[in-house]
Write a protein that binds this ligand. Sequence first.
Ligand code: ZN
Length: 236
Amino acid sequence: MVELVDEAPDVVLAVYAHPDDADVACGGTLARWARSGCQVHLLICTDGGRGTTDPDLKPAALARRRADELAEAASYVGVTSHQVLGATDGELDDRPGLVGELVAWMRRIRPQVVMGHDPTAVFFGQDYFNHKDHRAAGWALLDAVSPAAALPHYFREAGPAHQVATAYLSGTLDPDVWVDVSESLEAKIAAVSCHRSQLPADDGWAGDVVRRRAEEEGRRAGVPLAEGFRRLRLGG
Ligand SMILES: [Zn+2]
């Protein structure tokens, strides 16, 4: 049975690997929730400095550019706060203490809902397999949500325990809930289009791809435009 998530949480924390990932994965949902008064906090784990085919573009310069693109995109989505943790692009699985870092953010922000990568999704047809940073960020987020953030003897120095109620995982092969983004897709397209370092020169490309994917998910969900997620209900 198709289930649409209608209610917006009060506070959401989205944790993604690269500066463009959240906008691509769930920008429509975040924009919709932000409009209805939800606080939207965004953590980006890596600096994205290796996301180029240009051997002459220095990673530090690309990272700065991507931070600017992220800030611009965040304003379209209506993000309350965004932060780049600054791990080396492509090496997130080597980041010491990533789970503890996420626990500290969770205990500070105290979100009801977290969003992130589905780390179990590896092969998408014959054309794409999931980036290792996406898998690493997804597992770290889940490990941080439960048990670590919820139990006081984990990372005691990171503040009082906090139970996240629900996780929505994007980039999943097994979506089981959808959010109708018919009213917020334009904001998502505007946000995705800010990540110019990751897009072909053709101006309309991002909008076409984003709309086509939202239409596909919309057909599954029975609404014009949607984003699909795997949902985990964790209590709290
Ligand atoms: Zn990415």
